[in-house]
Design a protein around this ligand. Structure first.
Ligand code: FAD
Length: 292
C-alpha cells in the first residue's frame, strides 16, 4: 500500500518545528519513529499534507535526573528507555512497560512521545507514566505548558493537545524511599500483539507501614487509560496484606468498562483486571520494602 502524497519538513530545532506547526495547524503532523503514523497514513486513517520530522532533534532525545524528577524527552526511543539505568533503578515500572512494547525492531524506532500521542487505550507506556504521576511538557510557537498525564487523553486516538502543539517530554517524579510500582500486560501472544489488559500499581508506605499513596491505572478496559478510584480508596490508610490487595483487585473490576472483541470477552478482561491489580500491587509492595 502506498503512502499518500505529503510535503516533508526537517526542522533543526523545536522552535522551528513549532513555527511549521503554527503555519499549517491541523494539516500538519509531527513524525517521531513513524511506527504508528506511517501505518495510519498507508491505511488513509490520517492524510496529513505536511509531515514534520522531529525524531532526530537533540532537544527531545535526552534522559536527565534533577531535583527529584526524571526528565525524559519525547523522542527517546522505547529501546533507550528500557536500557536506561536511571529508568530501571528509579522508574522501574516504566522500564517494564518499555520492555513489553512490540518487538526489538519496533522498540528501536518507536518513541515514548509517539506512544502517548497515539492515545491508544491498549498502549504500554501510559499506565506507568500515569501511576508515577508524570506531567507532559507541551510547546507551541510563543508558549509552553504542562499537563498532568491523567488529563492528557480525551478518547481513543484523541488527546487534549492543540493541533499546533508538540509534546516535548515528561517530568516523572522519582518515587520516595518506601514507594514502589509494578506493571504487567497480557495479550493472546507474548510479542507483536495488542494488549488485552495492562495494569500499573504504585504505592507509597508511611513510616508505620500503612499505605499513604495508591495509584492503580488500567489499560484496554475503557476509552482511555483509567485510574481505579475504588481500588485506590480501598488501599489508602491500610496495612498491606494479600487479602487487602485481593479486595482492591475486586474493587478495580468495578472501575472499568471493558468491551468484547475478537481478542477476548468483557468478562475475561474484567477478571484479569482483578488478577493483575493484585499481582502488580504485590510487585509494588516488594519494591517499596526493598527501597525503604
Ligand atoms: C508491529 C507493531 C507493533 C506494535 N506493538 C506495540 C505494543 O506492543 N505496545 C504499544 O504500546 N504500541 C505498539 N505499537 C504502536 C507504536 O509502535 C507505539 O505507539 C510507538 O510508541 C509510537 O511511537 P512513534 O515514535 O513511532 O510514533 P509516530 O508514529 O511517529 O507518531 C504517532 C502519533 O503521535 C504523533 N506524535 C508523535 N510524536 C509527537 C510529539 N512529540 N508531539 C506531538 N505529536 C507527536 C504523530 O503525529 C502521530 O499522530 C506497535 C506498532 C507496530 C507497527
Amino acid at each position: 500500500m502506498l503512502l499518500p502524497k505529503f510535503d516533508y519538513h526537517a526542522p533543526g530545532s523545536v522552535a522551528d518545528a513549532c513555527l511549521i506547526m503554527a503555519e499549517y495547524g491541523a494539516k500538519a503532523r509531527p513524525i517521531a519513529g513513524g511506527t504508528d503514523l506511517m501505518v495510519n497514513m498507508k491505511k488513509r486513517v490520517v492524510c496529513p499534507e505536511q509531515v514534520v520530522a522531529i525524531g532526530d532533534l537533540a532537544e527531545l532525545r535526552s534522559i536527565a535526573g534533577e531535583n527529584g524528577v526524571v526528565r525524559v524527552g519525547a523522542c527517546v526511543t522505547v529501546s533507550e528507555l528500557a536500557a536506561s539505568a536511571d529508568i530501571q533503578q528509579k522508574i522501574s515500572a516504566l522500564a517494564a512497560g518499555a520492555r513489553a512494547l512490540g518487538t526489538p525492531l519496533v522498540r528501536n524506532r518507536a518513541t515514548i512521545g509517539g506512544n502517548i500521542c497515539s492515545a491508544r487505550p491498549a498502549a504500554d507506556l501510559p499506565p506507568s507514566l500515569m501511576a508515577y504521576g508524570a506531567t507532559a511538557r507541551l510547546a507551541k510557537a510563543g508558549g509552553e505548558r504542562s499537563l498532568p498525564l491523567g488529563d492528557f487523553f480525551k478518547g481513543p486516538g484523541l488527546t487534549h493537545m492543540a493541533p499546533d502543539e508538540l509534546l516535548t517530554g515528561f517530568d516523572i517524579p522519582v518515587p520516595p524511599p518506601g514507594a514502589g510500582a509494578g506493571y504487567i500486560n497480557i495479550g493472546i501472544r507474548k510479542g507483536q500483539d495488542c494488549n488485552l489488559v495492562n495494569v500499573c500499581a504504585y504505592i507509597a508506605l508511611a513510616k508505620d507501614g500503612a499505605i499513604e499513596t495508591a495509584r492503580v491505572v488500567l489499560g484496554c478496559v475503557g476509552p482511555t487509560h483509567l485510574r481505579a478510584p475504588s481500588a485506590e480508596k480501598r488501599l489508602l490508610g491500610e496495612k498491606p496484606t494479600e487479602a487487602l490487595f485481593a479486595a482492591a483487585g475486586k474493587a478495580a473490576m468495578g472501575d472499568c468498562t471493558p468491551i468484547l472483541d475478537f481478542r477476548g470477552s468483557a468478562e475475561y478482561r474484567r477478571a484479569m483486571v482483578g488478577t493483575l491489580t493484585l499481582r502488580t500491587l504485590k510487585m509494588a509492595l516488594k519494591e517499596a520494602r526493598d527501597r525503604s
